[in-house]
Design a protein around this ligand. Structure first.
Ligand code: RIB
Length: 313
C-alpha cells in the first residue's frame, strides 16, 4: 500500500441556500442562510480522502472563469495535486444550487459545464497514473462513456476501483466486473437494480444483485441506519453511531463516506474497518453545515471509532 488515491470526477461550485423548507414547483420562499463553497461529488471525495491522510490526485475539468480559479486555490490550500486538472476554454465550471431545509435534507440541481468535457482520451492518458494508485474512484457527474472508459483503464492498470453511482444512471453490463467496490445509497441502489431499497433486508437483496453482476463488494448506505456490505463472504450490517448533535446538513455525506473509505483502503485497512471509518466520518459531517467544511478531522473519526462507532450489528 502506498497511500495513493486518485479521484476522477466533477468539480461544481456550490451555491447553498438554507431555509425552513424547500420550495415546491411555482413557489417562492425566503430563506435564512446563503454561502458559496467548492463542491462536486468527485472533488468532495478527493478532499475527504486528502483530509483522511491519503496522497490524493484529482482528475477533472474546470472552466476558465472565477469559479475555476477558486477551485485551483482550494486544491492548493488543501495539498491536493492539481497536475491532472485541465482548464477548459469551451465551457463554464460546473455549478450546483443546493437547497436545504430545516431538517438538513437537500435538493440539488447541477449544470455540469466543463465536467462533461472530460473525455475518453483523458482516461486513456491517465492509465499510468491509475497504475500508480492503490484505488481509483469514480462517480456519475461526468459523461457516462468517459466514466466507463476510466473504470476499464483503472481496472486494466491493476488498481482497485470504486464507483459511487451518483447521480444514478443505468450502467452497461460489462462494467460491473471491473468494480472492486460500488457504493450506492438507497435511491441509487433501487434505480440501478430495480429493487426498492427501504431497509437492511432489501439492501441485502440489491447488494446480491450487484455481486451477481460481477461487483466484488457492494456497500449500500442507508443514511441514519448505517450501511450494508454484500460480497462473496456474505452480508454485514454496520450501524450509524449516535451523533454528537442534531443533523444540520446532509449534503455531501455520501462523498465524505466514499473519500474516507478510499483513504482507509489505500492505507491498508481491512474493508470492515474502512467502512466503519467511513460511517463515522459521514455521520459527523451531517452535524455541520456545508460539504467540504463539514468533513471532520481524522482524529475526530478515530475517536468516534474508539467509542464503538460503525460497529457491525
Ligand atoms: O454530493 C454533494 C454534491 O453534489 C455537491 O457538492 C454538489 O456540487 C453536487 O455535485
Amino acid at each position: 500500500m502506498n497511500n495513493r488515491v486518485t479521484v476522477v470526477g466533477s468539480y461544481n461550485v456550490g451555491l447553498f441556500l438554507k431555509g425552513e423548507a424547500i420550495p415546491k414547483g411555482g413557489e417562492t420562499l425566503i430563506g435564512q442562510t446563503f454561502y458559496e463553497s467548492g463542491g462536486g461529488k468527485g472533488s468532495n471525495q478527493a478532499v475527504a480522502a486528502q483530509k483522511m491522510g491519503a496522497q490524493t490526485v484529482f482528475i477533472g475539468r474546470i472552466g476558465k472563469d472565477r469559479y475555476g480559479l477558486d477551485a485551483l486555490a482550494m486544491y492548493e490550500r488543501l495539498g491536493i495535486a492539481t497536475s491532472a486538472i485541465q482548464i477548459d476554454g469551451q465551457a463554464h465550471t460546473g455549478v450546483s444550487v443546493i437547497l436545504i431545509d430545516k431538517n438538513g435534507q437537500n435538493s440539488i440541481m447541477v449544470v455540469p459545464g466543463s465536467n462533461y468535457n472530460l473525455s475518453v482520451q483523458d482516461m486513456d492518458d491517465a492509465a499510468k497514473r491509475f497504475a500508480q494508485s492503490d484505488i481509483v474512484g469514480f462517480q456519475l457527474e461526468n459523461n457516462l462513456e468517459t466514466v466507463c472508459r476510466g473504470i476499464r483503464r483503472a481496472h486494466e492498470a491493476g488498481a482497485r476501483v470504486l464507483l459511487d453511482p451518483a447521480p444514478a444512471a443505468p450502467l452497461p453490463e460489462g462494467i460491473y466486473p471491473c468494480l472492486t467496490y460500488i457504493k450506492p445509497n438507497e435511491l441509487e441502489a433501487a434505480a440501478i437494480t430495480g429493487i426498492p431499497v427501504t431497509d437492511e433486508e432489501s439492501a441485502r437483496r440489491a447488494g446480491e444483485w450487484l455481486v451477481q453482476k460481477g461487483v466484488e463488494n457492494a456497500i449500500i448506505t442507508l443514511g441514519g441506519r448505517g450501511a450494508v456490505l454484500v460480497n462473496a463472504q456474505g452480508t454485514r450490517h454496520f450501524r450509524t453511531p449516535a451523533l454528537p448533535g442534531p443533523v444540520l446538513d446532509t449534503t455531501g455525506a455520501g462523498d465524505c463516506f466514499s473519500g474516507t473509505l478510499m483513504a482507509a483502503l489505500a492505507q491498508g485497512q481491512a474493508l470492515d474497518s474502512a467502512i466503519r471509518r467511513a460511517i463515522c466520518a459521514s455521520a459527523l459531517s451531517t452535524t455541520r453545515l456545508g460539504v467540504i467544511e463539514a468533513i471532520p478531522e481524522r482524529d475526530e473519526v478515530e475517536a468516534m471509532l474508539q467509542s464503538g462507532g460503525g460497529r457491525v450489528k
